[in-house]
Design a binder for this molecule. Structure first.
Ligand code: NG1
Ligand code: MG
Length: 531
């Protein structure tokens, strides 16, 4: 499903029917506000959505496959290039936000060859700049080092709540990169190129992220979830959930606990990335022959648990002279056992313990290698727990895919009486899908320690009211939760959450309205050229 980012001719190409009214008003507002801000109409609009992750949490940066889907909420960016260039060798960016009281307008004159981003300050336009930087790198690769970027006037409107686990950042970065490509004459933008550049660019904003969000934002197709794998190369394919009666829905519930990765990175998100990378290096040092180097890969720090996984089985096959007959599922089960035997310290590992095992002369080499780009704050690194979460979560993704695939093949062959598949009833299937989501939540809470009390409470309330499976979605430590709910239980779950959770918070009318949404899988990035 690679190929170019679609060109939308009307909003119907982008949104589901139920969203059209609201979106038409919002787009008209963007266009008229653009005109009143800059004195003329925009040339085009780029669009990229947020996402909810169904399963596969905190494993994308270890390069294991994940299953997100795009939501309706998105970032839209109106653009004009009718702006004279400032002084020789630079181009100008004028950028404004529809929410101008919160996000102040800015103007930047930028040298052709270097986009400066100060990741130490929390500045909304950094996300645009990171998409800009990535897009310009790609453009320079295509057109040569003398490429002259166009000046741009920009107005953006984002409806993905920030810090809410629905990936407002990836929506903004991918929409920005897409806008810059189009402004510079590239209307045919390859989805894979756009995704890969957005993944790398977003790291410039100070978060050592994996690639799930950008993939979901760019590649998603209306009506389907997206199975994303990262090795040997980035691949995304649509996956449908089986039609059941009552219909299965994804309910997204906010906790209103804002988890700001920019602030908490050193003790939360970025620390987990470091812990997973250290776990890979440690397991490699202990379980593979001395001197084995893990292959460099596309994970944030260049080596990953998935890389260890591959290397371990490749070498053990090589040494035994036999090809392993283990399926990936069996390999992951085996790795879980090995991890439990190898990484025995529940209390975590100190820098000097890890440096000694990795054969590094001192802890400063360790810091240099693993924590210099994104500093972390920790005395001990919980390698055992993090590796156990990652391998078991990778396994749950495969189990869920297996359930979806066998259910769709058994429903298509259900007329053949000779079929030996035991067809599960929809209810049965839903409970099994839900159970996997619940196991993910348990692992996030107990093992990966990325949930929080509010999310745990929301999950308990929702399950009690009829959700088959409930869990945090996105990075966690607050943000959003996702619930697998049959259509006939949706109002029940909503009411229970209102009664037992939201009514106890002080929320604005708007927050209250947006607290719980039923989301259908939406479409990915698009360019709207007007018409
Ligand atoms: P959120 O917090 O929803 O943006 C983050 C990462 C993902 C993934 C999830 C956890 C960024 C941009 N995204 O998502 O890549 O690792 O956490 O599964 O940091
Ligand atoms: Mg984000």
């Amino acid at each position: 499903m690679s190929g170019p980012v679609p060109i939308a001719n009307s909003l119907e190409d982008i949104y589901t029917r139920d969203a059209l009214d609201t979106q038409t008003k919002r787009w008209n507002n963007l266009l008229s506000k653009f005109e009143s801000t800059y004195g003329h109409q925009p040339e085009f609009v780029s669009r990229s959505p947020g996402r909810v992750n169904i399963i596969g949490e905190h494993i994308d940066y270890s390069l294991y496959s994940v299953l997100p889907m795009a939501i309706t909420a998105d970032t839209i960016i109106a653009v004009s290039t009718h702006l004279p260039a400032p002084k020789e060798g630079t181009f100008r960016i004028q950028i404004a936000n529809v929410l101008d009281s919160k996000f102040k307008s800015r103007e930047f004159d930028i040298p052709y060859d270097s986009v400066d981003i100060d990741a130490t300050v929390h500045e909304w336009t950094n996300y645009f700049k990171s998409g800009l930087r990535g897009a310009l790198e790609l453009l320079r690769k295509k057109h040569g080092a003398n490429f002259k970027p166009k000046s741009m006037q920009i107005l953006m409107d984002g409806t993905v709540p920030a810090g809410g686990g629905l990936s407002s950042s990836a929506a903004f970065v991918t929409a920005s990169a897409l806008a810059v490509m189009a402004a510079n004459g590239e209307q045919t933008v390859d989805k894979k190129e756009l995704t890969e550049l957005a993944i790398v660019s977003e790291r410039a904003v100070g978060v050592n992220s994996g690639g799930m969000d950008q993939s979901a934002s760019v590649f998603s197709e209306r009506g389907s979830a997206l199975f994303v794998s990262f090795t040997p190369t980035l691949l995304a394919r649509p996956v449908s959930f089986p039609p059941t009666t009552p219909e299965l829905t994804f309910l997204i519930a906010q906790s209103f606990v804002t988890a700001d990765k920019f602030v908490t990175g050193p003790i939360h998100y970025n620390l987990r990335v470091v812990e997973c990378t250290l776990a890979a290096a440690y397991l490699n040092a202990v379980l593979n022959p001395p001197g084995t180097l893990l292959p460099g890969d596309a994970s944030p720090l260049g080596i990953s648990l998935q890389g260890f996984h591959e290397t371990y089985f490749a070498l053990s096959e090589h040494n035994s002279g036999a090809t392993s007959s283990k399926s990936v599922t069996e390999q992951l089960e085996h790795l879980l056992e090995l991890t439990k035997q190898t990484l025995t310290k529940e209390e975590g590992y100190t820098r000097s313990e890890i440096a000694a095992v990795l054969g590094l002369p001192s802890t400063s080499e360790l810091d240099q290698k693993f924590t210099s780009r994104f500093p972390v704050r920790a005395e001990r690194f919980k390698l055992r727990q993090r590796a156990i979460h990652v391998f078991s979560e990778a396994l749950r993704v495969l189990k869920l895919m297996d359930l979806l695939e066998t259910s769709s093949s058994s429903s298509s062959s259900s007329s053949s009486s000779s079929s030996s598949t035991i067809t599960s009833t929809p209810k049965d299937l839903n409970s099994r899908l839900g159970a996997l989501l619940n196991e993910t939540q348990d692992s996030c809470r107990e093992v990966y320690e990325c949930s929080c009390e509010e999310i745990d409470r929301i999950c308990a309330i929702a399950r009690q009211a009829g959700s088959y499976g409930s869990r945090l979605t996105g990075a966690g430590w607050g943000g959003c939760s996702v619930h697998l709910v049959p259509a006939d239980k949706v109002s029940n779950v909503k009411e229970a959450l209102e009664r037992e959770y939201y009514s106890k918070l002080e929320l604005t009318e708007e927050q209250r309205e947006g607290a719980v949404v039923v989301s259908k899988p939406g479409s990915g990035s698009a360019l709207y050229l007007g018409g």
